[in-house]
Design a protein around this ligand. Structure first.
Ligand SMILES: [Zn+2]
Length: 488
Protein backbone atom coordinates (compact mmCIF):
# COMPACT_ATOMS: atom_id res chain seq x y z
CA UNK A 1 0.00 0.00 0.00
CA UNK A 2 1.36 3.37 -0.91
CA UNK A 3 0.70 6.18 1.49
CA UNK A 4 0.69 9.77 0.56
CA UNK A 5 2.32 11.80 3.31
CA UNK A 6 1.31 15.08 1.77
CA UNK A 7 -2.36 14.44 1.69
CA UNK A 8 -3.48 17.01 4.17
CA UNK A 9 -6.82 17.24 2.54
CA UNK A 10 -8.73 15.75 1.06
CA UNK A 11 -7.80 12.19 1.83
CA UNK A 12 -8.83 9.57 -0.59
CA UNK A 13 -11.37 7.34 1.05
CA UNK A 14 -10.70 4.76 -1.61
CA UNK A 15 -7.41 3.99 0.08
CA UNK A 16 -7.53 0.61 1.66
CA UNK A 17 -5.49 1.99 4.50
CA UNK A 18 -8.39 3.92 5.98
CA UNK A 19 -9.95 1.13 7.91
CA UNK A 20 -12.18 3.32 9.96
CA UNK A 21 -13.36 4.99 6.81
CA UNK A 22 -15.53 2.03 6.03
CA UNK A 23 -17.00 1.98 9.48
CA UNK A 24 -17.88 5.66 9.39
CA UNK A 25 -19.04 5.72 5.85
CA UNK A 26 -22.59 4.96 6.88
CA UNK A 27 -22.64 7.96 9.15
CA UNK A 28 -21.23 10.17 6.45
CA UNK A 29 -23.83 9.01 4.06
CA UNK A 30 -26.44 9.96 6.58
CA UNK A 31 -24.92 13.39 7.03
CA UNK A 32 -24.67 13.88 3.32
CA UNK A 33 -28.27 12.90 2.92
CA UNK A 34 -29.35 15.49 5.47
CA UNK A 35 -27.27 18.14 3.80
CA UNK A 36 -28.88 17.35 0.51
CA UNK A 37 -32.31 17.46 2.07
CA UNK A 38 -31.67 20.72 3.86
CA UNK A 39 -30.55 22.23 0.61
CA UNK A 40 -33.86 21.40 -0.84
CA UNK A 41 -35.42 23.34 1.96
CA UNK A 42 -36.82 20.47 3.95
CA UNK A 43 -34.94 20.68 7.19
CA UNK A 44 -35.78 17.54 9.09
CA UNK A 45 -39.37 16.67 9.49
CA UNK A 46 -41.43 19.54 10.77
CA UNK A 47 -42.75 17.43 13.61
CA UNK A 48 -39.34 16.68 15.04
CA UNK A 49 -38.13 20.22 14.44
CA UNK A 50 -41.01 21.53 16.47
CA UNK A 51 -40.08 19.14 19.19
CA UNK A 52 -36.57 20.55 19.23
CA UNK A 53 -37.80 24.09 19.43
CA UNK A 54 -40.35 23.36 22.07
CA UNK A 55 -37.93 21.48 24.23
CA UNK A 56 -35.49 24.35 24.24
CA UNK A 57 -32.82 21.85 23.33
CA UNK A 58 -32.48 22.83 19.71
CA UNK A 59 -28.76 22.64 19.69
CA UNK A 60 -28.34 20.03 17.07
CA UNK A 61 -25.16 20.81 15.26
CA UNK A 62 -24.62 19.68 11.74
CA UNK A 63 -20.99 19.15 11.15
CA UNK A 64 -20.14 18.94 7.50
CA UNK A 65 -17.22 16.73 6.73
CA UNK A 66 -15.71 18.14 3.62
CA UNK A 67 -13.70 15.27 2.33
CA UNK A 68 -15.90 12.47 1.30
CA UNK A 69 -16.18 11.97 -2.35
CA UNK A 70 -18.79 13.60 -4.45
CA UNK A 71 -20.52 15.18 -1.47
CA UNK A 72 -17.78 17.78 -1.07
CA UNK A 73 -19.36 20.34 -3.28
CA UNK A 74 -22.70 19.66 -1.75
CA UNK A 75 -21.25 20.47 1.64
CA UNK A 76 -19.64 23.68 0.56
CA UNK A 77 -22.69 25.05 -1.09
CA UNK A 78 -24.77 24.08 1.88
CA UNK A 79 -22.42 26.01 4.12
CA UNK A 80 -22.74 28.99 1.86
CA UNK A 81 -26.48 28.87 2.35
CA UNK A 82 -25.91 29.51 6.00
CA UNK A 83 -28.12 26.62 6.92
CA UNK A 84 -25.36 24.83 8.72
CA UNK A 85 -23.08 25.54 11.59
CA UNK A 86 -19.74 24.37 10.35
CA UNK A 87 -17.41 23.21 13.01
CA UNK A 88 -13.88 24.37 12.43
CA UNK A 89 -10.64 24.39 14.22
CA UNK A 90 -11.20 21.48 16.55
CA UNK A 91 -8.95 18.78 15.29
CA UNK A 92 -10.33 16.31 17.78
CA UNK A 93 -13.77 16.16 16.28
CA UNK A 94 -14.77 13.07 14.42
CA UNK A 95 -17.94 11.98 12.79
CA UNK A 96 -19.02 10.81 16.21
CA UNK A 97 -19.97 14.40 16.95
CA UNK A 98 -22.04 14.75 13.87
CA UNK A 99 -25.76 14.53 13.92
CA UNK A 100 -27.02 11.21 15.03
CA UNK A 101 -30.27 10.91 13.26
CA UNK A 102 -32.27 8.54 15.28
CA UNK A 103 -35.15 6.75 13.74
CA UNK A 104 -37.35 8.03 16.47
CA UNK A 105 -38.22 11.71 16.18
CA UNK A 106 -38.66 11.72 19.95
CA UNK A 107 -34.95 11.66 20.59
CA UNK A 108 -33.21 15.00 20.95
CA UNK A 109 -29.56 15.69 21.15
CA UNK A 110 -27.97 18.45 23.12
CA UNK A 111 -24.30 19.34 22.86
CA UNK A 112 -22.75 20.87 25.94
CA UNK A 113 -19.41 22.62 25.89
CA UNK A 114 -17.40 22.06 29.04
CA UNK A 115 -16.30 25.30 30.65
CA UNK A 116 -13.73 26.12 33.30
CA UNK A 117 -14.49 24.37 36.57
CA UNK A 118 -17.32 22.25 35.16
CA UNK A 119 -17.84 18.70 36.31
CA UNK A 120 -19.81 16.03 34.50
CA UNK A 121 -22.08 15.68 37.51
CA UNK A 122 -22.73 19.42 37.58
CA UNK A 123 -23.43 19.58 33.86
CA UNK A 124 -25.87 16.69 34.02
CA UNK A 125 -27.74 18.36 36.86
CA UNK A 126 -27.84 21.63 34.95
CA UNK A 127 -29.19 19.74 31.97
CA UNK A 128 -32.16 18.68 34.07
CA UNK A 129 -31.25 15.25 35.35
CA UNK A 130 -32.33 14.37 38.85
CA UNK A 131 -29.58 13.73 41.35
CA UNK A 132 -29.95 9.94 41.51
CA UNK A 133 -30.00 9.63 37.74
CA UNK A 134 -26.97 11.87 37.22
CA UNK A 135 -25.14 9.94 39.90
CA UNK A 136 -25.92 6.61 38.27
CA UNK A 137 -24.77 7.88 34.89
CA UNK A 138 -21.51 9.23 36.28
CA UNK A 139 -20.75 6.07 38.17
CA UNK A 140 -21.29 3.99 35.03
CA UNK A 141 -19.09 6.41 33.13
CA UNK A 142 -16.33 6.05 35.70
CA UNK A 143 -15.79 2.46 34.61
CA UNK A 144 -14.33 3.61 31.31
CA UNK A 145 -13.32 7.21 31.96
CA UNK A 146 -11.97 9.22 34.86
CA UNK A 147 -14.36 12.19 35.20
CA UNK A 148 -11.45 14.24 36.52
CA UNK A 149 -9.93 14.10 33.05
CA UNK A 150 -12.65 16.46 31.83
CA UNK A 151 -11.16 19.59 30.28
CA UNK A 152 -12.64 22.93 29.25
CA UNK A 153 -13.57 22.70 25.59
CA UNK A 154 -14.60 19.04 25.78
CA UNK A 155 -18.08 18.29 24.53
CA UNK A 156 -20.81 16.18 26.06
CA UNK A 157 -23.56 15.01 23.76
CA UNK A 158 -26.70 14.22 25.72
CA UNK A 159 -29.67 12.48 24.25
CA UNK A 160 -33.12 13.05 25.73
CA UNK A 161 -36.45 11.54 24.99
CA UNK A 162 -38.77 14.37 24.05
CA UNK A 163 -41.92 14.63 26.03
CA UNK A 164 -40.47 12.65 28.87
CA UNK A 165 -41.18 13.80 32.33
CA UNK A 166 -38.20 15.79 33.55
CA UNK A 167 -38.55 14.20 36.93
CA UNK A 168 -39.22 10.79 35.53
CA UNK A 169 -36.94 7.95 34.66
CA UNK A 170 -37.31 8.07 30.94
CA UNK A 171 -36.14 11.57 30.12
CA UNK A 172 -32.39 11.12 29.85
CA UNK A 173 -31.25 8.39 27.48
CA UNK A 174 -27.60 8.65 26.61
CA UNK A 175 -24.32 10.49 27.15
CA UNK A 176 -21.67 10.54 24.46
CA UNK A 177 -18.20 11.99 24.69
CA UNK A 178 -15.20 11.94 22.51
CA UNK A 179 -12.37 11.68 25.00
CA UNK A 180 -9.46 11.45 22.63
CA UNK A 181 -8.74 11.80 18.95
CA UNK A 182 -9.39 8.10 18.57
CA UNK A 183 -11.65 7.23 21.49
CA UNK A 184 -15.29 7.75 22.25
CA UNK A 185 -17.32 6.76 25.26
CA UNK A 186 -21.00 6.18 25.60
CA UNK A 187 -23.24 5.85 28.64
CA UNK A 188 -26.59 4.37 27.73
CA UNK A 189 -29.73 3.60 29.60
CA UNK A 190 -30.57 -0.07 29.20
CA UNK A 191 -33.93 -1.77 29.25
CA UNK A 192 -33.50 -2.45 32.94
CA UNK A 193 -33.18 1.32 33.51
CA UNK A 194 -29.58 0.87 34.55
CA UNK A 195 -26.78 2.75 32.84
CA UNK A 196 -24.02 0.93 31.03
CA UNK A 197 -20.82 2.42 29.74
CA UNK A 198 -19.22 1.50 26.45
CA UNK A 199 -16.10 2.69 24.80
CA UNK A 200 -15.12 2.73 21.21
CA UNK A 201 -11.66 3.10 19.86
CA UNK A 202 -10.72 3.36 16.24
CA UNK A 203 -7.54 3.41 14.31
CA UNK A 204 -6.26 6.64 12.88
CA UNK A 205 -4.58 6.64 9.55
CA UNK A 206 -0.81 6.66 9.82
CA UNK A 207 1.24 8.48 7.25
CA UNK A 208 4.96 8.86 6.95
CA UNK A 209 6.47 12.29 6.63
CA UNK A 210 9.94 13.74 6.31
CA UNK A 211 11.80 16.83 7.41
CA UNK A 212 15.33 17.92 6.79
CA UNK A 213 17.25 20.99 7.67
CA UNK A 214 20.53 22.75 7.93
CA UNK A 215 21.48 24.32 11.22
CA UNK A 216 22.38 27.99 10.91
CA UNK A 217 21.79 29.43 14.35
CA UNK A 218 20.19 26.71 16.44
CA UNK A 219 18.85 23.22 16.08
CA UNK A 220 15.46 24.38 17.32
CA UNK A 221 15.16 27.09 14.69
CA UNK A 222 16.26 24.76 11.94
CA UNK A 223 13.76 22.16 13.11
CA UNK A 224 10.89 24.63 13.17
CA UNK A 225 11.81 25.91 9.72
CA UNK A 226 11.89 22.38 8.37
CA UNK A 227 8.37 21.78 9.61
CA UNK A 228 9.41 19.18 12.13
CA UNK A 229 6.68 18.97 14.79
CA UNK A 230 7.83 19.69 18.33
CA UNK A 231 7.03 16.24 19.79
CA UNK A 232 9.04 14.64 17.02
CA UNK A 233 11.97 16.99 17.61
CA UNK A 234 11.89 16.20 21.32
CA UNK A 235 11.92 12.48 20.68
CA UNK A 236 14.78 12.81 18.26
CA UNK A 237 16.78 14.91 20.69
CA UNK A 238 16.18 12.45 23.49
CA UNK A 239 17.43 9.61 21.36
CA UNK A 240 20.58 11.58 20.51
CA UNK A 241 21.13 12.88 24.05
CA UNK A 242 23.18 9.81 24.94
CA UNK A 243 25.77 10.46 22.25
CA UNK A 244 25.57 14.12 21.38
CA UNK A 245 26.63 17.07 23.50
CA UNK A 246 24.05 19.50 22.16
CA UNK A 247 26.06 22.46 23.42
CA UNK A 248 29.43 21.70 21.84
CA UNK A 249 28.80 19.12 19.13
CA UNK A 250 26.39 21.18 17.01
CA UNK A 251 27.89 23.63 14.52
CA UNK A 252 26.63 25.91 11.76
CA UNK A 253 26.23 23.88 8.60
CA UNK A 254 25.33 20.67 10.42
CA UNK A 255 22.36 18.91 8.90
CA UNK A 256 19.64 16.55 9.99
CA UNK A 257 17.04 14.44 8.28
CA UNK A 258 14.08 12.72 9.85
CA UNK A 259 11.50 10.22 8.74
CA UNK A 260 8.59 10.22 11.14
CA UNK A 261 5.07 8.99 11.42
CA UNK A 262 2.00 11.08 12.05
CA UNK A 263 -1.59 10.11 12.62
CA UNK A 264 -4.22 12.07 10.80
CA UNK A 265 -7.95 12.38 11.24
CA UNK A 266 -10.41 11.85 8.46
CA UNK A 267 -9.78 15.31 7.13
CA UNK A 268 -6.08 14.66 6.93
CA UNK A 269 -5.24 16.93 9.82
CA UNK A 270 -2.39 15.65 11.97
CA UNK A 271 -3.70 14.79 15.42
CA UNK A 272 -0.69 12.87 16.72
CA UNK A 273 2.92 13.41 15.80
CA UNK A 274 5.58 10.75 15.92
CA UNK A 275 7.22 8.47 16.45
CA UNK A 276 10.54 9.07 14.76
CA UNK A 277 11.26 6.14 12.45
CA UNK A 278 14.67 7.12 11.20
CA UNK A 279 16.94 10.09 11.71
CA UNK A 280 20.38 11.10 10.60
CA UNK A 281 22.27 13.89 12.35
CA UNK A 282 25.39 14.99 10.57
CA UNK A 283 27.77 17.05 12.63
CA UNK A 284 31.20 17.89 11.27
CA UNK A 285 31.71 14.74 9.27
CA UNK A 286 30.12 12.51 11.89
CA UNK A 287 26.95 10.87 10.65
CA UNK A 288 24.75 9.50 13.40
CA UNK A 289 21.89 7.40 12.12
CA UNK A 290 19.21 6.00 14.37
CA UNK A 291 16.37 3.63 13.55
CA UNK A 292 13.29 2.74 15.52
CA UNK A 293 12.99 -1.01 15.74
CA UNK A 294 10.70 -3.36 17.66
CA UNK A 295 12.63 -6.46 18.60
CA UNK A 296 11.20 -9.96 18.51
CA UNK A 297 10.54 -9.77 22.24
CA UNK A 298 8.21 -6.82 21.59
CA UNK A 299 10.45 -4.09 22.99
CA UNK A 300 10.91 -0.96 20.92
CA UNK A 301 14.00 1.20 20.98
CA UNK A 302 16.28 3.29 18.82
CA UNK A 303 19.32 1.53 17.43
CA UNK A 304 22.37 2.75 15.59
CA UNK A 305 23.64 1.41 12.27
CA UNK A 306 25.30 -1.53 14.03
CA UNK A 307 22.13 -2.59 15.78
CA UNK A 308 23.21 -1.24 19.17
CA UNK A 309 20.65 0.49 21.35
CA UNK A 310 21.33 4.22 21.64
CA UNK A 311 20.44 3.99 25.31
CA UNK A 312 23.37 4.29 27.67
CA UNK A 313 23.81 4.34 31.43
CA UNK A 314 24.26 8.12 31.39
CA UNK A 315 23.03 10.85 29.06
CA UNK A 316 25.61 13.21 27.63
CA UNK A 317 23.06 16.05 27.44
CA UNK A 318 20.74 15.78 30.46
CA UNK A 319 18.54 18.65 29.33
CA UNK A 320 16.15 19.42 26.47
CA UNK A 321 18.69 19.88 23.68
CA UNK A 322 16.31 21.98 21.61
CA UNK A 323 16.41 24.77 24.17
CA UNK A 324 20.15 25.01 24.45
CA UNK A 325 21.40 28.41 23.34
CA UNK A 326 23.89 27.70 20.63
CA UNK A 327 27.45 28.27 21.75
CA UNK A 328 28.57 29.56 18.37
CA UNK A 329 26.31 32.57 18.49
CA UNK A 330 27.37 33.58 21.96
CA UNK A 331 30.13 35.99 22.76
CA UNK A 332 29.39 37.14 26.26
CA UNK A 333 28.95 33.87 28.04
CA UNK A 334 31.68 31.37 27.21
CA UNK A 335 30.42 27.85 27.57
CA UNK A 336 33.22 25.79 28.89
CA UNK A 337 33.98 22.22 28.05
CA UNK A 338 35.50 19.70 30.39
CA UNK A 339 38.92 20.52 31.84
CA UNK A 340 40.73 19.74 35.07
CA UNK A 341 39.91 23.25 36.21
CA UNK A 342 36.30 23.27 35.21
CA UNK A 343 35.42 19.65 35.98
CA UNK A 344 32.12 19.59 34.15
CA UNK A 345 30.10 20.67 31.14
CA UNK A 346 27.99 23.82 30.96
CA UNK A 347 24.75 23.95 29.00
CA UNK A 348 23.27 27.40 28.40
CA UNK A 349 19.48 27.32 28.33
CA UNK A 350 16.68 29.63 29.42
CA UNK A 351 15.69 29.68 33.08
CA UNK A 352 13.08 27.03 33.71
CA UNK A 353 14.30 24.54 31.11
CA UNK A 354 13.79 21.06 32.59
CA UNK A 355 16.89 19.19 33.72
CA UNK A 356 16.73 15.40 33.56
CA UNK A 357 18.38 12.67 35.58
CA UNK A 358 21.21 11.47 33.33
CA UNK A 359 20.65 7.91 34.45
CA UNK A 360 18.70 5.75 36.88
CA UNK A 361 19.85 6.49 40.41
CA UNK A 362 19.21 7.69 43.92
CA UNK A 363 19.20 11.31 45.09
CA UNK A 364 22.08 11.94 47.52
CA UNK A 365 21.89 15.71 47.77
CA UNK A 366 19.16 18.20 46.90
CA UNK A 367 19.50 21.80 48.06
CA UNK A 368 21.90 24.73 48.26
CA UNK A 369 25.57 23.87 47.88
CA UNK A 370 27.85 26.92 48.11
CA UNK A 371 28.96 28.34 44.76
CA UNK A 372 26.94 25.67 42.97
CA UNK A 373 23.72 27.28 44.16
CA UNK A 374 20.71 24.99 44.11
CA UNK A 375 22.13 21.58 43.28
CA UNK A 376 21.14 17.93 42.95
CA UNK A 377 23.59 15.04 43.21
CA UNK A 378 22.62 11.55 42.10
CA UNK A 379 24.27 8.19 42.81
CA UNK A 380 24.20 5.66 39.96
CA UNK A 381 25.18 2.00 39.66
CA UNK A 382 28.86 1.13 39.12
CA UNK A 383 30.17 3.94 41.33
CA UNK A 384 29.12 6.85 39.16
CA UNK A 385 27.68 10.09 40.48
CA UNK A 386 26.26 13.06 38.61
CA UNK A 387 25.88 16.65 39.79
CA UNK A 388 23.55 19.37 38.45
CA UNK A 389 24.21 22.92 39.62
CA UNK A 390 22.81 26.49 39.44
CA UNK A 391 19.18 25.32 39.30
CA UNK A 392 16.36 27.81 39.71
CA UNK A 393 14.47 25.14 41.60
CA UNK A 394 14.38 21.44 42.34
CA UNK A 395 11.49 19.36 41.00
CA UNK A 396 8.84 18.29 43.48
CA UNK A 397 9.59 15.05 45.27
CA UNK A 398 13.31 15.10 44.54
CA UNK A 399 14.77 14.70 48.03
CA UNK A 400 17.67 12.66 49.41
CA UNK A 401 16.98 8.92 49.32
CA UNK A 402 14.45 9.10 46.49
CA UNK A 403 14.93 6.90 43.43
CA UNK A 404 14.86 8.61 40.05
CA UNK A 405 14.58 7.23 36.55
CA UNK A 406 16.72 8.21 33.59
CA UNK A 407 15.09 11.14 31.81
CA UNK A 408 12.97 12.09 34.84
CA UNK A 409 12.86 15.84 35.46
CA UNK A 410 14.79 16.59 38.66
CA UNK A 411 15.01 20.37 38.47
CA UNK A 412 15.03 23.48 36.30
CA UNK A 413 17.76 25.64 34.83
CA UNK A 414 18.61 28.79 36.75
CA UNK A 415 21.53 30.94 37.72
CA UNK A 416 21.88 30.41 41.46
CA UNK A 417 25.27 30.40 43.17
CA UNK A 418 28.36 31.64 41.29
CA UNK A 419 26.93 31.92 37.82
CA UNK A 420 27.09 34.46 35.02
CA UNK A 421 23.78 33.51 33.41
CA UNK A 422 21.20 30.76 33.29
CA UNK A 423 22.88 27.45 32.56
CA UNK A 424 23.26 23.92 33.82
CA UNK A 425 26.64 22.93 35.18
CA UNK A 426 26.85 19.15 34.85
CA UNK A 427 29.51 16.93 36.39
CA UNK A 428 30.14 13.21 36.25
CA UNK A 429 32.23 11.54 38.96
CA UNK A 430 33.61 8.03 38.82
CA UNK A 431 34.81 6.65 42.15
CA UNK A 432 34.89 10.20 43.47
CA UNK A 433 36.99 11.61 40.59
CA UNK A 434 35.74 14.02 37.96
CA UNK A 435 35.58 12.53 34.49
CA UNK A 436 34.68 14.03 31.16
CA UNK A 437 31.02 13.11 30.60
CA UNK A 438 31.81 12.64 26.89
CA UNK A 439 34.42 10.04 27.75
CA UNK A 440 32.16 7.85 29.86
CA UNK A 441 31.95 4.70 27.84
CA UNK A 442 29.07 2.61 28.94
CA UNK A 443 28.02 -0.51 27.10
CA UNK A 444 24.96 -0.08 24.93
CA UNK A 445 21.77 -1.16 26.59
CA UNK A 446 21.31 -3.88 24.06
CA UNK A 447 22.92 -5.18 20.89
CA UNK A 448 20.74 -6.94 18.36
CA UNK A 449 21.86 -10.36 17.23
CA UNK A 450 20.70 -13.31 15.15
CA UNK A 451 17.27 -13.05 13.63
CA UNK A 452 16.73 -9.65 15.28
CA UNK A 453 19.81 -8.23 13.63
CA UNK A 454 18.77 -9.67 10.30
CA UNK A 455 15.34 -8.07 10.52
CA UNK A 456 16.77 -4.82 11.80
CA UNK A 457 19.13 -4.51 8.85
CA UNK A 458 16.30 -5.09 6.45
CA UNK A 459 14.17 -2.48 8.18
CA UNK A 460 17.03 0.04 8.25
CA UNK A 461 17.39 -0.25 4.48
CA UNK A 462 13.67 0.11 4.01
CA UNK A 463 13.47 3.21 6.21
CA UNK A 464 16.35 4.89 4.45
CA UNK A 465 14.72 4.12 1.12
CA UNK A 466 11.41 5.50 2.34
CA UNK A 467 13.12 8.64 3.55
CA UNK A 468 14.93 9.17 0.26
CA UNK A 469 11.77 8.70 -1.79
CA UNK A 470 9.69 11.08 0.33
CA UNK A 471 12.45 13.68 0.60
CA UNK A 472 12.91 13.60 -3.15
CA UNK A 473 9.24 14.14 -3.69
CA UNK A 474 9.11 16.95 -1.16
CA UNK A 475 12.07 18.69 -2.72
CA UNK A 476 10.41 18.57 -6.11
CA UNK A 477 7.17 19.84 -4.66
CA UNK A 478 8.68 22.62 -2.63
CA UNK A 479 11.13 23.63 -5.36
CA UNK A 480 13.07 25.60 -2.84
CA UNK A 481 16.20 25.29 -4.93
CA UNK A 482 18.35 24.62 -1.91
CA UNK A 483 20.71 22.07 -3.39
CA UNK A 484 23.06 22.29 -0.51
CA UNK A 485 21.09 19.76 1.44
CA UNK A 486 22.13 16.49 -0.02
CA UNK A 487 19.68 13.66 0.00
CA UNK A 488 20.72 10.05 0.32
ZN1 LIG B 1 30.37 25.11 34.78
Amino acid sequence: MKRNPYAHRPLSTSSQGIRQGIRWKLIFLTVILVLAVSKAGILLSSASWDAFQASGLALLKLIPRGDHGPATNENQSAEADGTLVPETGTAALTPADGPKLNDSPDLLERIIQVGQGDTIMGLLLQAGLVQAEAHAAVSALSQVYDPRDLRPGDELVLTFRAGGDKNGESFFEELKMQVDVDRKILVQRGDNKEFTALEEQWELQRVSSVAQGRIESSLYEAAVQSGLPKPVLLQMIRAYSFDVDFQRDIHPGDTFEVLFERQVDLEGRPVREGPVLYANLQTRGRSLKIYRYTALDGKTDFFNEKGQSVRKALMLTPIDGARISSGFGMRRHPILGFSRMHKGLDFAAPTGTPIMAAGDGVVVEAGRKGNFGITVVLRHPNEYRTLYAHMSRIARGVTPGVRVKQGQVIGYVGSTGMSTGPHLHYEVLYRGKHVNPASVVSPPGRTLAGKDLEQFKKLALELKGQYAALADKKLTQVQDGDQSVRLN
